[in-house]
Ligand binder design. Structure first.
Ligand code: PMP
Length: 413
């Protein structure tokens, strides 16, 4: 087998530079919360492929479901020749997302594609165009979702022009703005009403806990006040739960922590157990406002990905991975508190982060973790946040070993 060094050399003349990697090691195998690289080195995984392998890497039930489905049939295109597993995944999305109102769902390939479709649905259903997003937001890298995303470098730089009718409102960021949830919501609503006009707003789109933007947890009351404002204004409230969904934050969806019932929810990442699948689920009258044939795509809800999603969801239910996420929070948060260089420990469930002085410090701590065999990621508008997204099935032992590595790396000057 080629070594990481050899693969890195081959990569330089084959893979576009725009696609970069956190690790310079190349993966050979992975299981649960462990990765093994081609040089035989083992890593504890606090990244989960960016919040994807919540049920663990190569989770046995997912592997078996994928194998069995691939043997039956690999692809027909749901728009051409439909099959049961697509319907079943939609039923699961309807069942698991907050709100008991009548819902419908549709499946796609990636988070960005789900967000694009949620915006299409909201615009079609309301007959309005404006979409309100927030500071620090991340919604993807396609043209529309780049416009929805806040941070220019690396996501948007040189890639414009961007889609029109996107408006950015101030986010609740308690560490930086010191505002209560209702105060921060009033500030956002003021911007929306004065700069967009409530009658023009098709959708208010928000991550209940921001992911790439820095694991920003809005002050309590911010999300409910925005959802209430959207209802009054006749705008669609869309929760982007692509990173927060499917047990990651200690409940099936992060909206549930504040009792919010979004009109539409976008999902991806953890739902597929490692295979690419995404969904939009929400109020039947909004979803069904779109004409037949208005939504879809060749691969959306591919049968192998649907089989993986059903197996992942079953695993989450049976192992109660929402409770596991709460248990991870119970170990990580106290373990990270009281370290001098940490400005704030925040997050929920198995979506925990520390905000540090600056990007250089976060990069240095991450590099130390990597040297010590722990895979961690950074994030944040300012690049100064170190984030932890372990698989929800991680063993106590690996979690504590990983935490020790993080603590030791943070304690060094
Ligand atoms: N929305 C959120 C909240 C995300 O975290 C991400 C991915 N990090 C996306 C959208 C885009 O998902 P994808 O990369 O699958 O297109």
């Amino acid at each position: 087998m080629a070594s990481s060094e050899e693969l890195h050399k081959r990569r330089a003349t084959a893979v576009a530079r725009g696609v970069s990697s956190v690790l310079s090691s190349y993966v050979d195998t992975a299981a649960g919360a462990r990765l093994t690289d081609v040089d035989g080195r083992e890593w504890i995984d606090f990244a989960s492929g960016i919040a994807v392998t919540s049920v663990g890497n190569a989770a046995p039930r997912v592997v078996e479901a994928v194998r069995a489905q691939a043997e039956r049939f690999t692809h027909t295109c749901f728009m051409v020749a439909p099959y049961e597993s697509y319907v079943s995944v939609c039923e699961q999305l309807i069942d698991l997302t907050p709100g008991t109102f009548e819902k419908r769902a549709a499946l796609f390939n990636s988070g960005a594609e789900a967000v694009e479709n949620a915006v299409k649905i909201a615009r079609h259903a309301t007959g309005r165009q404006a979409v309100v997003v927030f500071d620090h937001a991340y919604h993807g890298r396609t043209n529309l979702t780049m416009a929805l995303t806040a941070k220019v470098m690396p996501y948007k730089h040189g890639f414009g022009p961007f889609a029109p009718e996107i408006y950015r409102a101030p986010m609740s960021y308690p560490l930086r703005d010191g505002l209560s949830g209702p105060e921060a919501a009033a500030r956002a609503v003021d911007v929306i009403e004065k700069q967009v006009g409530s009658g023009n707003v098709a959708a208010v789109l928000i991550e209940p806990i921001q992911g790439e933007g820095g694991f920003v947890v809005p002050a309590p009351g911010f999300l409910p006040a925005l959802a209430q404002w959207a209802r009054t204004a006749g705008a669609v409230f869309i929760a982007d739960e692509i990173q927060t969904g499917f047990c990651r934050t200690g409940d099936w969806f992060a909206s549930a922590h504040e009792g919010i019932e979004p009109d539409l929810v976008t999902t991806a990442k953890g739902m597929g157990g490692g295979l690419p699948i995404a969904g939009v689920v929400g109020r039947a009258e909004l979803m069904d406002a779109v004409h037949a044939g208005g939504l879809g795509g060749t691969y959306g809800g591919n049968p192998v990905a649907c089989a993986a999603a059903l197996a992942a969801i079953e695993t989450m239910r049976e192992l109660d991975l929402a409770a596991a996420a709460r248990g991870i929070e119970g170990i990580l948060v106290p373990g990270l508190q009281g370290i001098e260089s940490v400005h704030e420990v925040r997050g929920r469930g198995a979506m925990i982060a520390v905000e540090l002085a600056d990007a250089a410090r976060a990069a240095a701590v991450a590099a130390r973790c990597h040297e010590a065999g722990l895979l961690v990621l950074t994030c944040g508008t300012y690049g100064n946040v170190l984030r932890f997204l372990p698989p929800l099935v991680i063993s106590d032992d690996d979690l504590r070993r990983g935490l020790d590595i993080v603590r030791n790396s943070l304690l060094l000057p």
